[in-house]
Design a protein around this ligand. Structure first.
Ligand SMILES: NC(=O)c1ccc[n+]([C@@H]2O[C@H](COP(=O)([O-])OP(=O)(O)OC[C@H]3O[C@@H](n4cnc5c(N)ncnc54)[C@H](OP(=O)(O)O)[C@@H]3O)[C@@H](O)[C@H]2O)c1
Length: 289
């Protein structure tokens, strides 16, 4: 298949691009500010808020499937830059949705647990979103545009994703491992809940949604619903570090986010690994990154 990955240079996008190339697809993968990985994809530089650039991108890629990952994906950055967050996350996604329809492409949009209000997680696919952050609002607006403007669409929501990031970038697990190795304590919030997912397990779901025609909203996150304190303890144990350095704390976010993925896991025929399996695979892959 011809696949266009928008946001291929991001944390998740690098893994998606590498996997889809390895599976034999013809991949065009975009970057904006970060130089591309040499993984066998074609790598145009694209600014997604530029409509002419998007037109040219679709003309180049002529995609059967579009995987749209590009976003202002940091909650705090979106809160501080609400207009830019709307331009990148909503307006550009509307343009991508229209182009997907015009080119008869299937559009897979990657979204977030932040579309929910965080009072009553973990959330199933049929709970009505009620975002409380600018990031969550823009991603939910983008979801609605995708569903309204494209005939063959799918939305994949996920929770906190962990894995080895590109050099110079941060991810929670490697950051915590470094911290604990340096003997520094970590205050893990006991009042913030997530369903952490190892990036390659998420990519299993993305690949399945690329290769099948399952439409609608899907939740693909890890099988364990934990507090960030529990997550940090699991990381410490999984990497054989000093768990006494992980101490209970509280966070002003005080939320119960996280996703219940059971229905989508069955629909998509996926495995549903938990934290221990994800962290073991991550640790084993450390030398390969
Ligand atoms: N990571 C998570 O835990 C998580 C959880 C739930 C949902 N998600 C969703 O998953 C998707 C990918 O997240 P991620 O963690 O991989 O994010 P990321 O590392 O910040 O990557 C974002 C990607 O979007 C591109 N991009 C950003 N602004 C752009 C613009 N104006 N024009 C063109 N490209 C632009 C970036 O390009 P450059 O880097 O080259 O500038 C990069 O390829 C996002 O849609 C996010 O909402 C992520």
């Amino acid at each position: 298949m011809r696949i266009l990955i928008i946001g291929g240079s991001g944390f998740i996008g690098r893994y998606v691009s590498r996997r889809l190339v390895a599976s034999g697809h013809t991949v065009v993968s975009t970057y904006n500010s970060r130089p591309p990985a040499d993984d066998g994809a074609t790598w145009p530089q694209v600014e997604i808020t530029d409509p002419a650039a998007l037109d040219a991108l679709f003309a180049l890629a002529r995609p059967d499937v579009v995987v749209h990952l590009a976003a202002m994906a940091d909650v705090g950055t979106a809160e501080r830059n609400p207009e830019r967050a709307t331009a990148v996350n909503v307006t550009a996604t509307e343009a991508i949705a229209r182009l997907s329809e015009r080119h008869s492409s299937r559009l897979l949009f990657v979204s977030t647990e932040y579309v929910f209000d965080g009072r009553n997680g973990p959330y199933t696919e049929d709970v009505a979103p009620a975002p409380t952050t600018q990031y969550g609002r823009t991603k939910f607006e983008a979801e609605r545009a995708v569903a309204a403007l494209v005939s063959n669409w799918s939305i994949l929501r996920t929770s906190i994703v962990y894995g080895w990031p590109a050099p110079g970038r941060r991810n929670f697990v490697p950051m915590l491992v470094d911290r604990l190795r340096n003997g520094e304590p970590y205050h893990g919030p006991t009042n913030v809940h997530r369903s952490p997912v190892y990036v390659e397990h998420l990519v299993d779901g993305i690949e399945r949604l690329v290769e099948t025609e399952s439409t609608g909203v899907h939740h693909v996150a890890g099988s364990d619903w934990v507090t960030m304190y529990d997550f940090a303890v699991a990381v410490s144990e999984g990497f054989g570090l000093d768990t006494s350095l992980v101490v209970p704390g509280t966070d002003p976010m005080d939320d119960r986010l996280g996703l219940d993925s059971q229905r989508s896991i069955v629909v998509l025929g996926l495995q549903h690994p938990g934290l221990d399996a994800g962290l073991a695979t991550l640790r084993a892959s450390a030398s390969a990154e």
